[in-house]
Design a protein around this ligand. Structure first.
Ligand code: ATP
Length: 362
């Protein structure tokens, strides 16, 4: 399979600031790949280096297997879609979309056909004569997308393209973008700080933190098996129980504040290592502490309910564990009485399966 973009030990420094710190990754042709991370983690800088707007301080970049060091932005087989649309205000929609083709001297008849096809692709065929100021935000972003796609780039770079849209439109456009990408079949590299957006659209996601890549994987991999505490915390909601490894055999036993808890997933950690158990709120069972507590090879811990919030789809319980940690537990509203089974002050037994818990050391 062709690699559309390969990044090899790339670092970017702006004076004393290391914006991107020796990152490497390979993005196969046709993939929807997202760079996800908090503000300032280096996503945009990475995208701008691929586009050719910035040069790496160290390292090599390849597009379609060719090194691109020294190749100016306009000669790279890539196009960028920006959050602020960057449409030419004095030109009509049609002229905006045609601009790149005119610059590369495509014959006039071909331009008309390709512009019409690009506008159809983004469902804006009736808007050719309008000026950008006569369009809504979502419509402007569709035109920006058509203007990039019409050039048939090998790689489309998208820098928070839906950031300025309201939530409902953003969600609708996420699905449309995913559909367009799968129809045109080119590589999309998508920058976002919105984890749900990345999970919804991407084939694979690189989670970035502080100029580094914290983990690369499919949505399900990074959600179910976060490689470290940063990823576990950034992607979705996670509970952490901090402890020390007491025994590591088929399962791991940890100790926290004098409380032993066993049955956590197998690790290779030696005794005495500090470790954190990460468990998602929706993967925890709650039982009354004085009732009949089933124990099917699950991790079990005692605690007290400190908060109950009913949020319709589920109930969100906060539990103070005897380990000293606080857990959030989500009980899905299946329509039974169980959804509000506990109240503040109740003693509970908290359980989760070893398979759903990650033991993390960083
Ligand atoms: P955001 O989501 O806020 O856009 P980001 O992850 O895209 O963040 P970058 O824009 O890549 O982050 O910035 C990474 C770091 O590099 C930040 O600390 C930023 O301040 C710094 N930086 C980016 N561009 C420059 C520049 N031209 N000169 C100096 N520092 C810069």
């Amino acid at each position: 399979m062709t690699t559309s973009v390969k990044i090899e030990n790339v670092t970017k420094q702006f004076g004393d600031i290391i914006a991107v710190d020796s990152i490497s990754m390979e993005i196969p042709d046709g993939e929807f790949f997202s760079l996800l991370g908090p503000s300032g983690c280096g996503k945009t800088t990475t995208l701008r280096m691929i586009a050719g707007f910035e040069q790496p301080t160290y390292g090599e970049l390849y597009i379609m297997d060719k090194p691109v060091a020294g190749v100016p932005a306009f000669r790279r087989p890539v196009n960028t879609v920006f959050q602020n649309y960057a449409l030419f205000p004095h030109m009509t929609v049609e002229q905006n979309v045609a601009f790149g083709l005119q610059m590369s001297k495509v014959p006039k008849a071909d331009i008309a056909t390709r512009v019409a096809a690009a506008l159809r692709r983004v469902q804006m065929e009736g808007f050719a004569e309008r000026k950008p100021e006569q369009l809504s935000g979502g419509q402007k972003q569709r035109i920006a997308l058509a203007r990039a796609l019409v050039n048939r780039p090998k790689v489309l770079l998208l820098d928070e393209p839906l950031g300025a849209l309201d939530l409902k439109l953003r969600k609708a456009m996420q699905l449309e973008l995913k559909q367009i990408q799968s129809d045109v079949g080119i590589t999309f590299i998508y920058v976002t700080h919105d984890q749900e957006e990345a999970l919804t659209m991407s084939d694979r996601i690189a989670v970035m933190n502080n100029g580094h890549i914290a983990q690369v994987g499919k949505a399900q991999e990074i959600y179910e098996h976060p490689a470290n505490r940063f990823v576990a915390d950034f992607i979705g909601e996670t509970n952490f129980i901090n402890g020390t490894v007491i025994e590591s055999a088929e399962y791991t036993t940890l100790e926290s504040n004098g409380v032993l808890f066993g049955g956590v997933a197998r690790t290779q950690l030696s005794n005495g290592t500090s470790a954190t158990v990460a468990i998602r709120p929706e993967k925890i069972w709650l039982y009354p502490a004085d009732g009949d507590v089933p124990l099917n090879q699950r991790v079990a811990l005692d605690g007290t309910i400190t908060e109950v919030i009913y949020i319709g789809t589920d109930t969100r319980y906060q539990v103070a564990l005897k380990t000293g940690d606080t857990l959030i537990v989500r009980v899905q509203n299946l329509g039974s009485e169980d959804v509000m089974a506990f109240k503040t002050g109740d003693s509970v037994n908290v359980q989760f399966s070893a398979d759903n818990a990650q033991v993390l050391t960083e």
